[in-house]
Design a protein around this ligand. Structure first.
Ligand code: FAD
Ligand code: SF4
Length: 329
């Protein structure tokens, strides 16, 4: 008898009301798997690397879609597709940084179905883990990427703790830079977490990339008016211009007073398991003009303290150069 590799059977729930979605998330908890656009999820299922018993498809919950104005900025439903984020007039006019980050994700097809919630809640892209190897992140007791022979040019420079995988999300650094607030709901109520604390590294939780817990759903992302229409800079460096994850990215917001930078937030993606704020650079550039002299003054600061692996040293000058470009654009 030939052995057939069929997709394991799983239940599919398609709620249309937020309350029903929360009740299902609570009831199924660890056994269930939330699905936004499925662009991260279906890879896991096709590779048989994760086997949830039930999928909770949130795509029909209309209340979780769309961009609306609030008394202090905007609120984006977590089920809003990346295409809708990138093309929203409110986002483009006030927070062009996020529009640029959203349009940098993957390909048009993936952005048409991939959601903002799925983008920030997606798992790491380390190939050893994605292929189903039992590494630390999968509950095992070794890291396949942190060895001299490993393929680790995409991996972390900072704050690795057993796991050296990086945050793959293009929108995450932009949301941290914009001081976004993540709205998380469960049957017990709602909690609001700053984007900077939403993402967690392996020293805190090696099996999850965010503070989301079974039974919780990210319902929306609020972006305060504070940084609306600031000076923005976004750049993503990847091996390919499309359909590829960042090697390093930078998202920057700067508030100018005259010619000088009065305040800023600079955040790199793909260098740590969480978006990495460059607080030393932010402090050094305060009160200085945006330009080459300031860029020269902070040269090398972004990559200070990096602990490169065998094959990712190149990310250090890349980070430093992206800071220089953000300051001279
Ligand atoms: C070929 C390819 C290239 C890619 N390139 C990029 C890239 O360049 N940049 C990038 O950032 N990403 C990239 N991705 C990753 C991913 O597809 C996208 O980030 C997409 O935005 C994921 O969104 P989704 O809604 O489809 O996620 P889903 O697969 O639906 O969900 C992803 C994860 O988030 C959880 N989740 C989803 N919605 C919620 C919610 N509302 N509340 C709580 N948890 C939730 C799910 O349970 C799942 O664990 C790529 C993927 C592929 C397949
Ligand atoms: S880097 Fe993390 S995800 Fe990759 S093999 Fe090591 S422990 Fe697993």
């Amino acid at each position: 008898m030939p052995a057939y590799d069929n997709m394991p059977a799983m239940d599919l729930y398609q709620p249309v009301q937020v309350d029903d979605a929360l009740a299902l998330a609570s009831r199924l908890a660890q056994r269930g798997w939330l699905v936004g656009g499925g662009q991260d999820t279906y890879g896991w299922l096709k590779d048989r690397a994760k086997r949830p018993e039930a999928l909770i498809d949130l795509a029909g919950v209309e209340a979780l879609r769309g961009v609306r104005e609030t008394s202090d900025g905007i609120e984006i439903g977590a089920l809003t597709t990346l295409t809708d984020v990138a093309t929203s007039p409110l986002v483009r006019e006030r927070y062009a940084l996020l529009a640029e980050a959203a349009v940098a994700v993957a390909s048009p097809q993936i952005r048409n179905s991939g959601t903002l919630g799925g983008n920030v809640a997606q798992d790491v892209r380390c190939w050893y883990y994605r292929r189903g190897l039992q590494c630390y992140r999968a509950g095992g007791n070794l890291c396949y990427a942190d060895t001299p022979q490993a393929q680790n040019r995409e991996h972390a420079l900072f704050n690795a703790s057993r796991c050296v995988a990086v945050t793959p999300s293009d929108t995450a650094p932009a949301l941290v830079a914009l001081e976004a607030q993540m709205v998380i709901a469960s049957e017990r109520g709602e909690r609001v977490v700053p984007a900077e604390r939403f993402f967690v590294g392996p020293a805190i939780d090696i099996e999850n990339t965010t503070v989301l817990r079974p039974g919780e759903i990210l319902t929306s992302v609020r972006i305060p008016a504070k940084w609306a229409n600031s000076e923005f800079y976004f750049e993503k460096v990847a091996d390919r211009k499309v359909w590829d994850f960042a090697l390093v990215s930078i998202a920057g917001v700067m508030r100018m007073e005259g010619d000088n930078i009065a305040d800023s937030r600079l955040v790199c993606g793909a260098v740590e398991c969480v978006p990495r704020r460059l607080t030393n650079v932010e402090q050094a550039i305060r009160g200085r003009p945006r330009g080459q002299a300031t860029a020269d003054m902070v040269a090398g600061m972004a990559s200070q303290g990096a602990k490169p692996l065998t094959h990712n040293h190149f990310k250090m000058p890349l980070m430093d150069n992206l800071v220089a470009r953000a300051l001279t654009a």
